[in-house]
Design a protein around this ligand. Sequence first.
Ligand code: HEC
Length: 144
Amino acid sequence: MGMDVEELMKKLLHSKSCASPMRRITRYLRGVIAVLLSVGCFAGCNVERRKSDAELGLNTQQAAGRRIYDRHCDQCHEPYSSSGKKGPGLKGVFKKEYLSVSGLPANDDRVSEIVRLGRSKMPAFGQTLDQQQLQDLLAYMHTL
Ligand code: HEC
């Protein structure tokens, strides 16, 4: 990104292609605007906007699961990134055959067990979530 902006400025300032000074100024201004826009995007777009349930294409059950995830899991697990917080990121958790940290099979049974019983520094949710909530949560996690 830094390089692009620098190159753009160089091109604009040293451009020999436009003859009239007016055109040159217009070009320069256009460049300044482009730079401002890209800097604005750099600052703003870095923090990814939270997508709505509809944008994610979640059905009612998955959306219910997302709310449970937000309340109980998000503080330790990124849902849309594999980078870790207190626990591993859960992006694509069911897309692989095995869970990355525990090496357990990535299926509903094993993941339910982890959620109900907890694991090392992960707290147990067996007392917090009922069967329906657990099902909703899993349905959502399958969309990650
Ligand atoms: C206080 C932080 C914390 C919270 C809250 C938490 N977890 Fe975890 N979770 C962890 C840690 C730490 C691990 C790694 C455990 C280990 O060392 O095996 C983990 C592991 C996991 C794993 C297995 C990952 C793997 O690769 O083996 C899954 C799946 C998981 N958590 C799902 C959830 C879900 C779903 C919730 C919400 C109901 C949740 N976690 C809430 C910290 C947390």
